[in-house]
Design a protein around this ligand. Structure first.
Ligand SMILES: NC(=O)C1=CN([C@@H]2O[C@H](COP(=O)(O)OP(=O)(O)OC[C@H]3O[C@@H](n4cnc5c(N)ncnc54)[C@H](OP(=O)(O)O)[C@@H]3O)[C@@H](O)[C@H]2O)C=CC1
Ligand SMILES: CC(=O)N[C@@H](CCC(=O)OP(=O)(O)O)C(=O)O
Length: 387
């Protein structure tokens, strides 16, 4: 079926397998947002602190054995010129089964796509009607929408009108509050649900880091957590705007959307718990650091809370729990999330947790690829260099 490309796809498969060799060793119980409550005792802890409500993970990562598809999938990428689009091209180039067929950009139309070696692909300007036609002709199995907020709707409508059964993963915020779409955060949402979905809304970058950072202690939170976030300027996209002006960012960080940022609503909605989120942008290119200030309903020690997070995320290949506060410089270009710090104040009822995440990787493209893998029937981490 793929004729000339199959050799390249197989070579990609070998590279991906080689890279996947450096997997984070992790075993033991893990918890999930939607999990059931059990009692959990930490060896050596005092009686008072012993019985935390810990949830075992009913939703472990789907391994190779759950992946049934060995047929390549044909991919269309709308918004391929942008930062997240380019990060996806890089990942798809190394994936054993993803076959990128169509890339859309108004600015680069007619030029050859760089950084993709499996086949020659030329940028096109694809309108919603073009996309619907290609879909009807059975040329694409999965559409990725890497477009600015508010631009995707006509594409989705055109595909819906054509009764498209293709998978759509949208990176924008447009469908994150739409019940007909699945919110694709595999570590926190039922993986089996993502695997059965055709319409997947990829979470926001800060929102991914913050939810992973808060979910470790969700049962223990009482009151409103505050989240202080600082993003590299690639988070503001490639089109020049007030938040990606490197001159302004030279000796400053820019605070913006100090109340009611869309990710504040997204985090609160998904966790069913109100949070306050204050975003900033800084002079580095990629990577986010989040400081989570979390009020607790009972006393803990730093060691207890770290252990709770370790158990909660054991088995998750893209989440690493560490002792020291992680640095954003260490997460740049890597595919997961690091969580650390765990400083507890003198009352024992407030913990400060630090989360780092690469906005273009786990904050966008890597998470998109996890969702594509699940929905297209491949192993969840196929083509993803794990932490
Ligand atoms: N950057 C980040 O860290 C993250 C971004 N996201 C979300 O992902 C999406 C893409 O972000 P990002 O890659 O940074 O954005 P960019 O601004 O870098 O790229 C936007 C892309 O969309 C295309 N585009 C822009 N306007 C239109 C239009 N009206 N019609 C058709 N195509 C258009 C552009 O190509 P051309 O102009 O050539 O057509 C370009 O390829 C956004 O919704 C963003 O919120 C999510 C998580 C993280
Ligand atoms: C630094 C910066 O500007 N970051 C972007 C977040 C990028 C992201 O995840 O955006 P969406 O939720 O729109 O997909 C912002 O605050 O809007």
């Amino acid at each position: 079926m793929l004729s000339g490309t199959s050799v390249a796809l197989r070579a990609g498969a070998r590279r991906a397998v080689r890279r996947s060799a450096s997997i984070l060793p992790a075993t033991g119980p893990a918890r999930c947002l939607a999990g059931r409550q059990t009692s959990f005792a930490i060896a050596g802890m005092s009686q008072q602190r012993r019985a935390y409500a810990v949830t075992t993970n009913p939703n472990p990562p789907l391994g190779k054995k759950n992946a049934t598809n060995e047929t390549p999938s044909r991919i269309g990428l709308i918004g391929a010129r942008g930062y997240t689009g380019q990060a996806l091209v890089e990942l798809l180039n190394e994936h054993p089964y993803m076959d990128l067929r169509h890339v859309s950009s108004r600015e680069l139309a007619g030029q050859e796509l760089k950084g993709y070696s499996k086949r020659k692909v030329i940028y096109e300007t694809l309108s919603p009607e073009d996309v619907a036609r290609l879909d009807k002709d059975g040329e694409v199995d999965c559409w990725i929408m890497a477009l600015p907020n508010g631009v995707c709707q006509p594409y989705v409508e055109a595909l819906d009108q054509g009764k498209s059964n293709s998978v759509i993963v949208d990176l924008s915020a447009d469908f994150r509050f739409n019940d007909k779409w699945t919110y694709g955060l595999p570590e926190l949402v039922k993986r089996s649900k993502i695997a059965q979905s055709r319409r997947i809304s990829n979470p926001g970058c800060y929102a991914t880091g913050a939810q992973i950072g808060l979910s470790g202690a969700l049962d223990l939170i009482e009151g409103m957590p505050t989240i202080f976030g600082v993003s590299g300027y690639s988070g503001a996209g490639s089109k020049p705007n007030a938040r990606n002006n490197v001159e302004v960012l030279k000796n400053a960080i820019i605070p913006y959307s100090l109340t009611s940022h869309v990710h504040e609503r997204e985090i609160s909605h998904q966790l069913n718990h109100e949070v306050a989120f204050v975003p900033h942008v800084a002079g580095w290119f990629r990577g986010i650091t989040l400081t989570l200030n979390i009020p607790l309903r009972k006393e803990v020690t730093s060691r207890d809370i770290r252990q709770i997070y370790q158990d909660r995320y054991a088995g998750e290949k893209l989440i690493k729990v560490v002792g020291e506060p992680p640095l954003v410089s260490s997460i740049m270009g890597r595919h997961g999330v690091e969580i650390g710090g765990f400083a507890v104040d003198s009352t024992g009822k407030r913990v400060v947790v630090i989360v780092t995440i690469d906005n273009l990787a786990k904050g966008a493209s890597t998470q998109c690829l996890q969702n594509m893998n699940l929905a297209l029937g491949y192993a969840e981490y196929e083509g993803i260099p794990v932490m």
